[in-house]
Design a binder for this molecule. Structure first.
Ligand SMILES: *[C@@H]1O[C@H](CO)[C@@H](O)[C@H](O)[C@H]1NC(C)=O
Ligand SMILES: *[C@@H]1O[C@H](CO)[C@@H](O)[C@H](O)[C@H]1NC(C)=O
Length: 452
């Protein structure tokens, strides 16, 4: 049932909208005297200084502190401009009095005057109709019934509004209009000159650069008409100032969407949309930034080691990389010999990145590398064979090696090959370094030169 009603309302919506729009303009009081006077015959305008609302009923303006002196509430007027009496006491022809009337009409407020019609003496009245010459549709002229034998008719003249007249006639024609009234069947007529009061008298004088308008506008009928870029009832707000900007200040570039499409532009400032997740937010002058649009690492924004600012991770101390995935802590790169990565690589993001010849977690192994072979050769020789230049210092200097013996050089992949000066034989071994020490694998079989 409720759904059906809603559907009906949605169907009606386009039809209702114009009514709502009209209602809206009605709710907002007209901001200048002319519009005020035209909008409602009940409304008056107050020209007193310092008022915010000037258009209201007389009662409303009084209670707002407006005195009669400042009240502008035209009701229109009637001036009889020709009213000649008949010279003959008994007329041969029909006689109308007055002959010419000038009317000032406020839209919605009618004016009336008495019209005396003296019939020719031999004329018997059965019925009398009054005709009017063509006139704007907004005018309305009515005649009250005959009051007595010598007819006295009340002529009532009204005008509905100003806009219709401007709409259905040439715009330059703002009056006065001339309308003739004539009893049907007689040549005599009364000339009406009708002026419609669409403009307030006070609107004809403007005080330019008025101090009452902060010298940024003209004072008209007590209210300010501001020069751009000023607005406000005292022209005190500069819409080009940093406090009050237009929509372009909500765009990051000439064709960029308002507030990056992530917010609303209010008085030249972006109000960024909120997110479902209260932890997430858009921010920045154009809502161009967010605190969630950053690289993820291990399912955590900025790897859990930093905060996301405007699409970029700001990493915690000791962390780096665009996703804060890289630790700058070197503890895991430190080899037992107190060298980072045994000097065979770089400590990067907390891990050893070994140079080409080196391998292993701490770049400890370099099977083919001469330097490493030479570095340990003298200790390997004294430990494995009891020979060589360090044979007397082997106990003091070479116990750091953790030694394993295999039979043949074939049991060692890519072995080091060194010559023993004592017997001119080659011996083979490999060195590998790890956190727990330096491991050496030595082949028991030497390779000695054939004796001649
Ligand atoms: C015109 O003049 C007559 C007197 O001659 C007067 O009675 C009448 O009220 C006047 N009409 C108007 C509309 O003022
Ligand atoms: C003309 O005026 C009469 C009486 O004031 C009123 O009843 C009538 O509705 C008016 N007509 C128009 C078209 O305004």
């Amino acid at each position: 049932m409720a759904l059906k009603a809603l559907r009906l309302l949605l169907l009606l919506l386009p039809l209702l909208l114009p009514t709502w729009a009209e209602h809206e303009t009605f709710l907002k009081p007209p901001s200048n005297c002319n519009k005020c006077i035209q909008s409602n015959p009940q409304f008056a305008w107050c020209t007193a200084p310092g008022l915010k609302r000037r258009c209201h009923t007389v009662k409303g303006l009084r209670s707002a502190g407006c005195t009669t002196h400042y009240m502008y509430n035209p009701q229109g007027s009637v001036q009889v401009t020709r009213n000649e009496s008949s010279t003959q006491s008994t007329a041969e022809t029909l006689y109308l009095q007055p002959q010419e009337v000038t009317l000032h009409l406020r839209p919605g407020v009618s004016q009336s005057f008495p019209l005396s019609i003296t019939m020719p003496k031999d004329h018997t009245i059965t019925e009398l109709n009054m005709d009017t010459s063509p006139m704007p549709a907004a005018f309305n002229i009515t005649f009250s019934s005959i009051i007595n034998g010598n007819m006295l008719v009340e002529v009532k003249v009204g005008s509905a509004h100003c806009s219709t007249m401007i709409g259905d006639l040439n715009q330059n024609r703002r009056g006065p209009w001339s309308v003739n009234l004539a009893p049907r069947g007689f040549p005599q007529n009364v000339k009406l000159v009708i002026n419609v009061e669409c403009e307030c008298d006070c609107a004809r004088t403007r005080e330019e650069n008025s101090p009452a308008c902060s010298s940024h506008g003209a004072l008209v009928c007590g209210s300010c008409e501001c020069d751009p870029p000023y607005i406000g009832h005292q022209c005190h707000v500069d819409i080009e100032s940093s406090f009050y900007r237009d929509d372009n200040f909500c765009r990051s570039g000439p064709n960029a969407p308002l507030c990056s499409g992530r917010g609303a532009c209010v008085d030249g400032f972006c109000q960024c949309n909120s997110r479902e997740n209260p932890e997430e937010r858009y921010y920045g002058q154009f809502c161009q930034c967010s605190n969630f649009d950053c690289p993820y690492q291990n399912n955590r924004i900025c790897g859990g080691h930093g905060k996301c600012e405007c699409g970029r991770c700001i990493c915690d101390q000791d962390w780096t990389n665009e996703d804060c995935s890289c630790s700058m802590d070197t503890a895991l790169c430190m080899a037992p010999n107190q060298q980072l990565c045994n000097g065979g690589g770089l400590c990067m993001c907390g891990r050893c990145k070994c140079d080409t010849l080196y391998a292993g977690p701490l770049c400890e192994s370099c099977p083919t590398c001469l330097g490493s072979c030479q570095q340990h050769a003298k200790c390997v020789e004294c430990r494995a064979f009891g020979t060589g230049p360090k044979k007397d210092r082997c106990q003091d200097e070479c116990t750091y090696l953790i030694l394993t013996k295999v039979q043949s050089k074939d049991d060692i992949s890519a072995p080091c090959k060194m010559i023993s000066r004592e017997d001119s034989c080659y011996f083979y071994y490999s060195v590998s370094q790890s956190a727990s020490g330096t491991y050496v694998t030595v082949a028991d079989d030497k390779e000695c030169p054939r004796t001649l």
